[in-house]
Design a protein around this ligand. Structure first.
Ligand code: SF4
Ligand code: SF4
Length: 382
């Protein structure tokens, strides 16, 4: 039923950052207060359509429509506890007593976890797992881009179980990155996140528990998703899942509901990334390192401390501005981006078990032209 990763027996942990990151220093927040980055946001927002494939009026129309639920009602990119991601939504008790605050149900943590995962898939999630919150994954401060306020942020006491969720983005749309059609695929992912987060949080409240839905706000989504068994981090900095690769959007719900934890399990991504450097080679801004992992990132937007690959958010965002549109070329070219199917599933299985064929798989990826973009028109014709 659940598409959650089962994971291998080995490598069941990963390094945890030793301090909390101030979200004000994230590149998307710096675009609202850092004078060096602010002009980039202005340029990124200045969208002009042309006759170029993927940048036509219909492509921008699709982009605006796909983002609309997130931008009008979600706000998961902008601040915490707001819009569809409100932490305080209510749900009436459905029993005969008609209380405004439902009594807690008495199912076991195992059964509640099963029900939550089933409901998450029903509401539209593609992946779901559960973990215990590590306090260092919570941002120390939030920067509210609507008001430009900067303030400490805490998860309410007791809400230390986390439901990690992912929605997959449209494959054909994403293969046209960095066009507006790919931007639409990403925007639809954000809008779907807001819908699933809101409905699943409401379901949890109906069972008598607190539910704090979060988009990109409040806490680091990648280590939460890893701890919940959804996948593994990578050279390009994103989470890679076994079924959809990096082509997912992540979000989470904090709750005081007693739940059974899942576990991290390596799916062979880090070892594969040591051989494969396709994203680093193809990134138009050289934002992805092509060398070994380090303990320090390139600038203040890096959460430096643990050994991993740090991308350069300033370089990445500069390309977004130049393109007047987001970019996901790294997702498009990644071998793990390929759609599920018998052969690709077998390749992922082998990568999880052994590194022996990694070089061959990287070469085959190039030979089969899996790293090449699709014209955006192919999306409209599909
Ligand atoms: S989004 Fe584009 S610019 Fe940014 S790291 Fe990926 S490929 Fe490079
Ligand atoms: S493109 Fe290759 S190196 Fe980059 S994240 Fe994907 S597998 Fe790793």
């Amino acid at each position: 039923m659940s598409h959650r990763q089962k994971g291998s027996k080995q490598n069941r942990s990963f390094p945890v950052v030793p301090y909390r990151f101030d979200q004000k220093n994230e590149i998307f927040k710096r675009a609202h207060w850092d004078e060096r980055i602010m002009p980039l946001l202005k340029r990124l927002s200045d969208k002009k359509y042309s006759n170029k494939d993927g940048y036509k009026r219909i492509d921008f129309g699709l982009h605006e429509a796909a983002w609309n639920l997130e931008r009008s009602f979600g706000f998961g990119n902008w601040r915490s506890n707001s819009g569809l991601y409100s932490w305080e939504g209510t749900c009436q008790d459905l029993t005969d007593q008609k209380r405004s605050v439902p009594q807690k149900t008495d199912e076991s943590p195992e059964e509640l976890s099963r029900l939550i995962k089933r409901a998450a898939l029903f509401f539209g999630a593609d992946l779901v797992g559960i973990c215990r919150l590590n306090p260092n994954w919570v941002y120390s401060h939030e920067f509210n881009v609507l008001t430009l306020d900067h303030y400490p942020i805490e998860i309410p006491q007791g809400c230390d179980n986390v439901i990690a969720l992912a929605v997959a983005m449209d494959y054909i749309g994403m293969r046209s990155s960095p066009t507006a059609v790919a931007g639409a695929a990403q925007g639809l992912g954000y809008s779907q996140m807001a819908f699933v987060a809101n409905t699943l949080a409401t379901f949890i409240r109906s069972l008598g528990y607190r539910a704090l839905p979060c988009g990109n706000d409040t806490a680091l989504s990648i280590p939460i998703a890893m701890a919940a068994g959804l996948g593994e981090w990578s050279r390009m900095g994103l989470l890679i899942t076994e079924k959809f690769g990096p082509r997912v959007r992540l979000f989470k719900i904090f709750t005081d509901m007693p739940l059974k934890q899942d576990a991290f399990g390596s799916i062979g991504v880090v070892e594969f990334c040591k051989t494969c450097k396709i994203c680093a080679t193809r990134c138009p801004s050289q934002a992805i390192p092509d060398g070994d992992m380090t303990e320090e990132g390139p600038n203040m937007s890096s959460h430096s401390s643990i050994l991993k690959w740090y991308i350069d958010g300033e370089r990445c965002y500069s390309f977004w501005a130049k393109n007047h549109m987001g970019c996901a070329i790294c997702i498009r070219v990644c071998p793990f981006n390929q759609r599920p199917g018998k052969i690709h599933d077998l390749v992922r299985f082998i990568i999880r078990k052994t590194t022996i064929l990694n070089k061959l798989f990287v070469r085959l990826h190039g030979i089969l032209k899996y790293d090449k973009p699709f014209p955006a028109q192919r999306f409209w014709d599909s």
